[in-house]
Design a protein around this ligand. Sequence first.
Ligand code: APR
Ligand code: PHB
Length: 394
Amino acid sequence: MRTQIGIIGAGPAGLLLSHLLHLAGIDSVVLEARSRAYVEERVRAGLLEQGSVDTLTEAGVGERLHRQGLAHHGIELRFDGVGHRIPLTELTGKVVTIYGQQEVVKDLIAARLAAGTLSGNPPILFEVADVAVHDVTSDSPRISFTHEGRAQVLDCLFIGGCDGFHGICRGAIPPEIIRTYDRIYPFAWLGILAHSKPVSEELIYARHSDGFALATMRSETVTRMYLQCTPDEDLSLWPDDRIWAELHKRLGCGPELQEGPIFQKGVTAMRSYVVEPMRHGRLFLAGDAAHIVPPTGAKGMNLAIADIRVLARGLERFFANNDATLLEDYSKICLRRIWKGQRFSWWMTSMLHRFDGDDAFEHRVQVAELDYVATSRAAMTTLAENYVGLDYEV
Ligand code: APR
Ligand code: PHB
């Protein structure tokens, strides 16, 4: 099989890349290890920056997002039992939108399958195995894989390494070239989805002496909640009653926190991770393949989308004008935004979580920081402009 861009991974990064390239008349094939049902049902975070919504809308995949997404104009920070609203839109003129990552994935898969490819290749191959990249520093890199029991090779001109944190692309960059920055947090999030009315119209980020809690949502009837827990938390120790009791306590809620059937539970690890550079020859890493953030700042999917904007434009310029300058600068441009996203996610995480071993001084400083953010217009503007998303360079 032959295509212009071979893409590994059908998450938001790989699918958006394939879709944007298609709009620019560039052929691609996406290779995905899992089934279509698996990637469409995988529960992840769900908050889109204004720029992410605009990117998806301009790409013609925003119809259901605009119908079903929930636009938010503020968030609440809760600490010492008191809530403080950060008026995002008043401070920045922008909104954020709640729309599950798997919904973005569904919309992009539908768009890719409907449009097909110029070469007549299948746009996405699901359930591929044994994926490996070859000759990435040559002008004709290749991807070998197995599909339906048959060994195949995809010849291409560039490779999009969009295969997430556990993918194989990052490992194709020689260790002497790549530099890794890593921080693992001593806690995780226990996340649930429940059929119940959200506590409030806006998200509530709560700091409590027993640990962080976040009240978010997926719709007017589906609540998404998170509780700080240990990285190796045993879910069997968290029957529904215990989850609701802990949410009531940490969020400081009364009857407005309505309980309902919990239909999904999972533990999300908390890690900050970046590799530099994000490019080796004709292999480009994007999204979680190159960087992950703790979910506190809701930046994961948004950073993936921002990488893809740069990569898709770079490839477009290369094929339209034989101009490789944007591709040459890909890593540098992406990393500037990624490090600001890292800083913000780390800061939100540090400010809101319980750190075992912290003494009374650190505890006081943490509350003073929240109090400052909640009362100073300058400080809350800093939070707001990062939360809604900094302007794109590309
Ligand atoms: N071959 C083919 N596909 C693979 C391989 C492989 N060897 N390894 C992983 N994949 C697939 C995964 O199954 C997954 O569908 O690559 C895809 C990567 O998608 P995501 O993990 O969703 O990563 P990305 O597209 O970068 O999106 C980033 O995901 O984890 C969240 O918070 C993160 O919201 C952010 C988003
Ligand atoms: C979510 O809705 O899943 C969500 C929202 C905000 C976050 C993290 C997750 O910071």
